[in-house]
Design a protein around this ligand. Sequence first.
Ligand code: PAF
Length: 290
Amino acid sequence: MTEKLGTLPVARSIAALRRCVTAWRRAGEVVALVPTMGALHAGHLALIAHAAQRADRVVASIFVNPTQFGPNEDFNRYPRDEAGDAAKLAGARCDLLYAPDAAEIYAPDFSTTVSVGAVAEPLDGEFRPGHFAGVATVVTKLLLQAHPDIACFGEKDWQQLQVIRRLARDLDIEVAIEGVPIVREEDGLALSSRNVYLTPEERRIAPVLHRTLADVAARVAAGADPDAAAKAGGEAVLKAGFTKLDYLAVRDAESLQPWVARVRPGRVLVATWLGRTRLIDNEPVAPRNS
Ligand code: PAF
């Protein structure tokens, strides 16, 4: 059974989700899935808009997935506002909200993990042990539950997007994974559900992150050594008032391995802290021959 939150139909169970999606697919409609953890902002609404352009039907899922948070991370304080999110989705072109509870997703004796390998190992894989296994497992489940033709993910979580592309390919999941560009505030700060944690002083410092990434990307594109440019970028971020740097690195955009040959697209990626808030961002670097 689907219920309604305001005007938006909501499926709480896998069975209810499948009933809707199966009917749409039988009618020849193309279905897109936009997986989220809620606390929706304009970046999520850009995912919905992209999905609506590419598909006849759009399903958004909201599930704050416990298995992708480390023991000392912000699972308990992660912002949750289902009614507000449903109102935003109803005003966008979303046909169905899938909002299961944890028991629907994880049986008490759940014991299977999707482990993606090399692309999930560096960067966030190093600083958030277990994070990508949690993401890969829940995304695999969501794709198998909804069986969409298309699934849309934000490029802000660049490494996550590469992990998801790899798992869909390696496990032969019949879905087109589409990345959607980052939505930024006017001052360049990438939109994130975690931005609500920032104090006014931290919010004032935060835009330095994107300016620094753009500067590193420009220097590397102009021929600077990627490691030296990344090191200088990391120093600039700390000097601006960021309290801790997990990494600032230039990598192969797809494999996330060191960007040695520079003949394929590169990506500058950063994860850094402002007080208790961890921010991530990334910026493209064109290959040498382009
Ligand atoms: O990017 C997110 O919001 C989450 O990692 C995702 C993809 C919904 C999986 O829980």
